[in-house]
Design a protein around this ligand. Structure first.
Ligand SMILES: Nc1ncnc2c1ncn2[C@@H]1O[C@H](COP(=O)(O)OP(=O)(O)OP(=O)(O)O)[C@@H](O)[C@H]1O
Length: 677
């Protein structure tokens, strides 16, 4: 049910016909918009080729397939394209023609009552009517469509790369998003006429959102000729940046696309050197100094580079994972060009903002100790090129004097997408579409607005809550570790300090318990409940090297439980995780969704246990109820007798912990040994 658009020149008698086919059109996709873009593109192409005024005939074949019956409708639209006609009047003319001639069907009409509800709730219209796709839908990656074309328009090379990396089927979110992003690829040369719409995607944790944008971005950018920064992905943590970089690099193999990261883990100067070339001649010859096509960044470091790295520009961006500062930077590119487009050295700077930039620059230069770097120049920011993105894609070059608004397609992906009208408004989305990977809600089934917040949790996840006292929580964790068949656990606490204490306590317990029972941490042949549990904390206090080392041991099964604050609650993809424990329950549903979503990823099974202190139970249940999720979380009671066999070792470990906390690490046995070796 996605639009497959084909268009080309057809010979009809002595006339050339531009034909556009749109097959299997989903109702919720704005067909007119798609069609209009295609026609605009044709007309723009003709204008760019300086062709004389002529009649452009556009034949529209609209095929719609229904399950029970097939029918085809054909409409021909003839459009007069006048030479030198302004693009906006051409669009208006086209709009009228097309809207009249184009058959419309099944776009749900809102009743007055629905509109009133939507207005009262402040829900943006396009959010209230998402394009939904069943989370369990998958399709083989090399499935051909009726015409024998590769599915989704992904190149054979990229499909082969998917298969080489073990991707044999596309997941629901990829089925929904890839065709939409690829359908706007040809809009690259008509951005001033009709930019592609932005998209917001809400899909469960572990459902494959990363590939849903990585594949189309690579597919489209791989056709570029000159390296320029065209895609920017902004992610909240360094670990996530590393993860997404690895995904991009794995799928970029075989193309000459280059991926860079800025996270603050390398020195500022080396990050600058990684993303921007320093040869002024390059700037003149190639119209740009970017060394990378795709940049993945954490927000803070990105802002710093925007402020002080010369020639670092977002003016060629085609895609961005949205961020307000990015938006500002893109807008300032346009202003910069408007102010300074007679500057003859090929570099532009924004005079209006220069004062503030200079203040910020001095501060950052001092912060990063960059005063001696000859990489910096006085005028900040300097954008690195003079022509727009269009000319490097093998399309007709753009006239430099013809200032155009840069267009950027904003792609917003989340498992907990906001529906807050104020937040949505601040995104400044253009012609947005909302794709939700979820079964239709009861509201939608009845053809009504989706008014309630609904987070979709992976169907393969089993969720439990255990109501207990604060003092018994560590024992409950130990009980789960020893008596439930868990092998790779992420345990979330409310703070780094709390993670530290719990991991120490488990280490002391295991030493005492194994002395009692003669168990060994190296006995890999035995079930987890028969061997010593290896626990360690994973926190932002650790260096990158230490974190990588710990994660590798965890993946190899040498560490059984990682105790962490929320550092890795979002986005991190560790396919070995079979259990999540909420040692301290989150106060907000969003956090709950992200935490429990570290397991049951990519269709695998997983379990999540929330340890709820008696006084927290009411709030926790209310939070779940509000999100329509209370009945999904099963309550389990752990009888006190079940904990009794561990009681003695637990008391010993409490004493050791007390000793450790008061006298410091040195007085305590080296429990780290088990995972440091
Ligand atoms: N089509 C596919 N076939 C098999 N595995 C896939 C496919 N798509 C993605 N995956 C795998 O699924 C896992 C989860 O993907 P990803 O990290 O993109 O999820 P996500 O939706 O971004 O999750 P989160 O919201 O938690 O960040 C990854 O290990 C990824 O490699």
């Amino acid at each position: 049910m996605f639009p497959i658009i084909r268009y080309g020149l057809e010979q009809k008698g002595d006339k050339n016909i531009n034909s556009i086919n749109i097959d299997n059109v989903d109702n919720s996709i704005n067909r007119e918009q798609v069609l209009l873009s295609k026609i605009n593109e044709r007309l723009a192409g003709k204008r760019k080729q300086r062709q004389p005024a002529e009649k452009v005939s556009v034949e529209v074949k609209l095929k719609k397939q229904k399950t029970e019956r097939k029918y085809e409708e054909r409409t021909t639209v003839s459009i007069e394209s006048k030479r030198h006609a302004s693009s906006s009047s051409a669009i208006e003319g086209l709009n009228e023609n097309i809207l009249e001639a184009f058959p419309r069907f099944e776009i749900p009409k809102k009743t007055a009552a629905e509109m009133a509800i939507s207005k009262r709730l402040g829900i943006t219209d396009w959010i209230a009517h998402p394009i939904t796709i069943d989370p369990d839908k998958t399709v083989p990656v090399d499935k051909k469509d009726n015409e024998g074309d590769e599915r989704f328009g992904l190149s054979k090379e990229l499909i082969a790369r998917c298969k080489a990396l073990g991707i044999t089927e596309f997941f629901a979110v990829q089925l929904a998003v890839i065709p939409i992003l690829l359908s706007s690829r040809s809009l690259l040369n008509t951005h001033h006429l009709s930019p592609p719409g932005d998209i917001c995607v809400s899909a469960p944790t572990g459902s494959g959102k990363t590939l849903a944008y990585v594949l189309p971005i690579i597919e489209i950018l791989s056709k570029r000729i000159v390296t320029r920064l065209r895609a920017l992905v902004v992610l909240p943590t360094r670990d996530l940046v590393t993860q997404v970089k690895e995904t991009f690099e794995a799928f970029c193999k075989g193309t000459d696309l280059k991926v860079g990261v800025i996270t603050g883990q390398a020195s500022f100067a080396s990050e600058q050197a990684q993303i921007i070339g320093n040869n002024e001649n390059n700037l003149r010859l190639l119209g740009g100094l970017s060394k990378i096509d795709i940049l993945i960044a954490t927000p803070g470091r990105l802002i710093d580079h925007l402020a002080i790295t010369p020639h670092f520009t977002l003016q060629h961006l085609r895609y961005q994972d949205w961020l307000p500062h990015v938006l500002k930077a893109i807008q300032s590119c346009t202003q910069t060009q408007k102010i300074d487009n007679n500057n003859d050295d090929g570099a532009y700077y924004n005079k209006e903002n220069n004062k503030n930039h200079k203040e910020l620059q001095s501060q950052l230069i001092a912060d990063y100790d960059l005063s001696s770097s000859d990489f910096l120049s006085k005028e900040i920011p300097i954008h690195d090129a003079v022509c727009s993105a269009t000319s490097v894609l093998g399309l007709p070059p753009t006239d430099i004097s013809d200032i155009q608004e840069p267009f950027v397609q904003k792609l917003l992906f989340s498992a907990t997408l906001t529906r807050n009208p104020a937040k949505i408004a601040s995104l400044q989305l253009t012609n947005p579409r909302y794709i939700a990977v979820q079964l239709p809600t009861d509201d939608q089934k009845q053809g009504q607005l989706q008014t309630e917040i609904k987070y979709t949790i992976p169907s393969s996840l089993k969720e439990y809550m255990i109501i207990t006292s604060s003092s018994e929580k560590p024992l409950v964790v130990l009980h789960l570790l020893h008596n439930y068949h868990v092998s790779a656990v992420l345990c979330f606490t409310k703070s780094v300090e709390s993670a530290h204490r719990l991991s120490k306590l488990i280490q002391f317990f295991e030493a005492s318990f194994s002395n009692d029972t003669g168990r060994s941490s190296n006995n890999d042949d035995k079930d987890i409940d028969e061997k010593q549990i290896v626990a360690t904390e994973y926190s932002s206090d650790l260096s990158k090297k230490e974190r990588i080392k710990i994660l590798n041991k965890f993946k190899a099964g040498k560490i059984h439980i990682l105790i962490c604050s929320d550092l890795i609650a979002r986005g991190i993809d560790l396919d070995c995780v079979d259990t999540v424990i909420n040692y301290d329950v989150p106060l907000f549903m969003k956090k709950y969704v992200h935490r429990v979503g570290r397991t049951a990823r990519a269709g695998r099974a997983g379990e999540a246990y929330s340890l709820v202190e008696t006084q927290e139970a009411r709030h926790f249940k209310e939070m779940l109820k509000k999100a329509n999720h209370l009945d999904k979380v099963k309550k389990i009671n752990i009888k006190h007798e079940l904990l009794a066999p561990m009681e003695q070792a637990y008391q010993n470990s409490l004493t050791s912990l007390k000793d450790y906390m008061t006298r410091g690490k040195s007085s305590v046995i080296n429990y780290q040994k088990s995972y440091d070796e």
